[in-house]
Design a protein around this ligand. Sequence first.
Ligand code: CP
Ligand code: NVA
Length: 300
Amino acid sequence: MSTKRDFLAIPNFSSEELKALLQRAARLKSGADTAQLTGKSLGMIFKKSSTRTRVSFEVGMTQLGGHAIFLSDRDSQFGRGETIHDTAKVLSRFVDGIMVRTFAHAEVEELARHASVPVINALTDLLHPCQIVADLQTIAEDFGPDHDARTVAWIGDGNNMANSWLNAAYRLGFSLRLACPVGYDPDPEILARAQGAANVLLTRDPKEAVEGADVVTTDVWASMGQEDEAQARMAAFAGYIVDDALMGRAQAQAIFLHCLPAHRGEEVSASVIDGPQSRIFTEAENRLHVQKAILLELMG
Ligand code: CP
Ligand code: NVA
């Protein structure tokens, strides 16, 4: 029996493991943790574009003394139809871990089932767990490690980010308020599970979501793969912009997060994303420390 461990969704880690992962990411950031993955290799499958995820995993592997291999749809055999099964089996003979960014979440699960090495979900249409761990680290840097004392407001699409916020609330027990327009709710099962474990509210009203929040966060209105829906979404999301008026309803010391890339003037005003409450570049940097913590946990 293989004892390999995957990270496909935040609940793959228990609350204690998630907290330990965040502590490790902080130690890696401060230089106190110098663990290495000398000579180890990570295969990185990208079926969607990326800047932060690719660079943070690749630089992370280099800093850990290992190596990362970028495999894109355009020039790999899986882009020509080689099966997930065969790709998983073959890569497992070469590399010590596989990172994958794709469309259907079921593909990542299938890959993990057939791979004998750890598989890391680097974004699917359903989830973006690595990003949320970086967001949790960013929150801890402002507010301390007790996430359960915080209130997070999510404004906009019930997308992969929103679903992963729900999973984080499920594990860490913080208050989460999501304001999503009709037709753009998060995944119902993930929502119900989080509501069973934490104080989670789904509303249509961004003002209600943001009132007194410690963290205000949003994402693009059309995610990768939804480009054809962009116009309809612009109409559906009118009124869901995070601007100064909305931010003004949050706590005075509230921070603004966005996974990036962002569209200034659509989901967030330039004054907020480039203003004093924004932590977007620290959030992006924390991808690196979190990826290293995940890689060490799974491949170390
Ligand atoms: N936030 C994020 O995952 O960015 P990339 O798409 O650039 O990897
Ligand atoms: N929801 C966005 C996140 C990008 C990092 C997308 O899936 O395109």
